[in-house]
Write a protein that binds this ligand. Structure first.
Ligand SMILES: Nc1ncnc2c1ncn2[C@@H]1O[C@H](COP(=O)(O)OP(=O)(O)OP(=O)(O)O)[C@@H](O)[C@H]1O
Length: 233
């Protein structure tokens, strides 16, 4: 569904991604793992067209979207939740959701406000509250909810478990599993192997901008050196 092939991305003269190649299948949850600075965000930015790869291709359902501006990638069905929560602080929870609403599409799950509030009960209680008054974790949930009302087919989550309380981390895991069961594909970047294991079908480990491992968690466990060398475990 999403395929990266030999993606090379630079920031100015700094060569950050080196021939990054992996894919995400339909209904699959893939965890992109790596240490701080390994290149996870840059990989996601390269998919979304926020940073144009210098070479290589990004395909979404066979369409070459390399370097497309983010709004075009969104229209095709890619949803993006950045690492920093970007809620409209002055707007209420409901109004934030309205901003993200897009027409339903045949090939993607449709998220009504009711379905979202079942998924995010904290937000249901606070639907008229200004988003700026929510906790960090709730703002993170709202950013995800706002992306879902855009009815994406694949959602990219940049470090969803980062900086939120353990209770919210548990909810986040539940939300990701619900998204999967609704038919969405998910690519999430993560430093936390434990969290990745809870939600993902497969791990892709990136080290110094290159893919070091791509496979099932059982295969990763069979080679303990890899996790030891590439993750903070
Ligand atoms: N705008 C930029 N200009 C120059 N270098 C950058 C820029 N953004 C990131 N980098 C560098 O690119 C490398 C990869 O960063 P990236 O943010 O993709 O890593 P990451 O794996 O997502 O880590 P983190 O968990 O810290 O977000 C790092 O060495 C970082 O310093």
């Amino acid at each position: 569904m999403l395929d990266l092939e030999a993606v090379n991305t630079f920031y100015g003269g700094a060569h950050i991604l080196h021939d990054v190649t992996f894919g995400v299948g339909p209904h699959e949850v893939v965890a992109l793992l790596g240490r701080n600075g390994a290149g996870k965000s840059t990989t996601i930015r390269s998919v979304m067209g926020l940073t144009r790869p210098r070479s290589g291709t990004v395909r979404f359902d066979g369409t070459n979207i390399t370097g497309w501006p983010p709004y075009r990638a969104c229209r095709l069905g890619l949803g993006f939740v950045p690492e920093d929560r970007r809620v409209f602080r002055e707007l209420s929870v409901m109004e934030n959701l309205e901003v993200g609403r897009r027409p339903p599409r045949d090939d993607a799950p449709t998220w009504t406000a009711d379905a979202l509030f079942t998924l995010f009960p904290n937000l249901a209680e606070r639907r008229t509250t200004a988003a700026g008054r929510l906790s960090g974790g709730e703002q993170q949930m709202l950013t995800i909810a706002r992306t879902l009302v855009g009815n994406p087919r694949l959602i990219l989550l940049d470090e969803p478990s980062e900086g939120i309380s353990p209770l919210i981390v548990e909810q986040m895991a539940k939300v990701i599993l619900e998204m999967k069961s609704s038919g969405l594909a998910v690519l999430l970047s993560e430093q936390n192997l434990h969290f990745a294991r809870l939600v993902a079908d497969r791990a892709v480990i990136i080290e110094k901008g290159a893919v070091r491992f791509d496979g099932a968690f059982a295969a990763l466990d069979a080679e303990p050196d890899i996790a030891r060398e590439t993750l903070a475990v």
